[in-house]
Design a protein around this ligand. Structure first.
Ligand code: PMP
Length: 393
């Protein structure tokens, strides 16, 4: 076959560091071996039946043709109202593009603000697709390292050092994988740096409905930031609609106009019946979102209790999102070694921190996506296993 483009053959950079645990667990499940899977961010509940009903009614009602590319007006208005209510920033339909999930929004946002070859920053640890989506957009990813001891919050000095010549900075709060919710002071430092360098800020807020401590603050709400911030939202996490592929970008009107052109030439919009279901979900109000988030709040409390009863594994304070990050360096192993050993010994699959960047080395990420009592047993097993390794070390 003719050569493939260098862009597509090098999307994953220098390999799939740390993902072998995930694939090994999947292969074991396929071979009929029961595995306790605490890897990816998939709820253990499905989409609410009322949302599915709205989807069905819309499709049966004929909303199965091409939908208008920027998104149906009622949904753009509803997203604008939601974003305005939560952030206090005046937001109108013209500031909103509906996208096939947050992932497509993240890619499109980088396409919008990075010229080919531009440097795009992201904070390390990061959601595993970040470097690849930046490369997909023809830009060059550059990581901003953070420290476990600082709760994985980006520090001003690191931001300043990395931002020389960069076009954009991608942040994520509440954070996957660390569970950090960025405080105002951190967001203000970020705003100061991107403003001083005349950069764009891309703010991934797909976990904004999962906050256990403190409050979610959108950096778009900080003075002067609405004109240089693109916010990525999604209903995957807030409404357990991961498979429906529905999200949005909120930003300055001129940027959204260009992003609509990109959507016209790439995705050509989002299915109308999915948008109608999303509209129903948003209009259902905060109660539904609370119900979706509640199990993670409970399990986070379980994790705190289990982890407090031992000394070897340190839990990074989880202020939001559906994961807990555990520092397993006390076992003498790195994250990948620990995750592989845990899978072999106890058939429990967690993600090595290394899958999310070098700043998370020596950690593992545990998704809180398992029924409470089984979750607790899995965590107890993990801690006991770590305790045994530490003694042997
Ligand atoms: N951002 C973060 C931080 C995520 O964890 C995810 C999904 N796990 C996404 C974006 C993409 O979500 P989706 O495309 O389902 O909206």
């Amino acid at each position: 076959m003719p050569a493939l483009s260098q862009r597509i053959t090098t999307l994953n950079g220098d390999g799939s560091d740390g993902w072998d645990v995930f694939y090994r667990a999947r292969a074991m499940v396929e071979a009929g071996v029961p595995v306790t899977e605490l890897t990816i961010g998939e709820h253990d509940i499905g989409t609410d039946p009322s949302i599915l009903r709205a989807m069905y009614d819309s499709a049966r009602g004929g909303h199965t043709g091409y939908a208008i590319v920027p998104g149906i007006s009622a949904l753009r208005d509803e997203v604008a109202a939601r974003v305005q209510a939560r952030s206090g920033v005046p937001t109108r339909r013209e500031n909103v593009l509906i996208t096939p999930g947050g992932q497509a929004g993240l890619f499109a946002a980088h396409m919008a603000v990075c010229a080919p070859g531009d440097v795009a920053l992201h904070v390390d640890p990061y959601y595993a697709t970040y470097p690849g989506l930046v490369r997909s957009a023809g830009a060059v990813p550059r990581a901003v390292a953070t420290r476990s001891a600082q709760g994985f919050l980006p520090e001003r000095s690191a931001l300043e050092a990395a931002s020389e010549g960069a076009a954009s900075l991608l942040i994520n709060t509440p954070n996957n994988p660390t569970g950090a919710v960025y405080p105002r002071a951190t967001l203000q430092e970020i705003a100061d740096v991107v403003t001083a360098r005349d950069m764009w800020l891309i703010s991934d807020e797909v976990y904004d409905s999962q906050v256990w401590e403190g409050a979610h603050l959108s950096p778009r709400a900080l003075p002067g930031m609405a004109e240089r911030t693109l916010v990525i939202g999604s209903m995957s996490k807030s409404h357990a609609m991961t498979g429906s592929r529905i999200g949005w970008i909120v930003g300055p009107e001129d940027a959204i106009t260009c992003l609509v052109d990109l959507a016209t030439n790439t995705t050509y919009g989002v299915p109308g019946y999915i948008q109608d279901a999303a509209l129903f979900g948003l209009r259902a109000g905060a109660d539904l979102e609370r119900r979706v988030a509640e199990p993670f709040r409970r399990r986070r409390a379980i994790a705190e209790r289990v982890l407090a009863a031992q000394q070897v594994v340190r839990m990074i304070p989880a202020q939001g999102a559906m994961y807990v990050m555990l520092d397993v360096r006390g076992t003498g192993m790195n994250g990948e070694g620990f995750a592989n050993a845990l899978l072999d010994a106890h058939r429990i699959a967690v993600m090595p921190g290394e899958s999310f960047g070098q700043s998370a080395a020596g950690h593992v990420r545990v998704a809180m996506t398992l029924e409470d009592s089984r979750f607790e047993v899995a965590l107890r097993t993990l801690c006991a296993f770590a305790g045994g390794l530490a003694k042997a070390a």
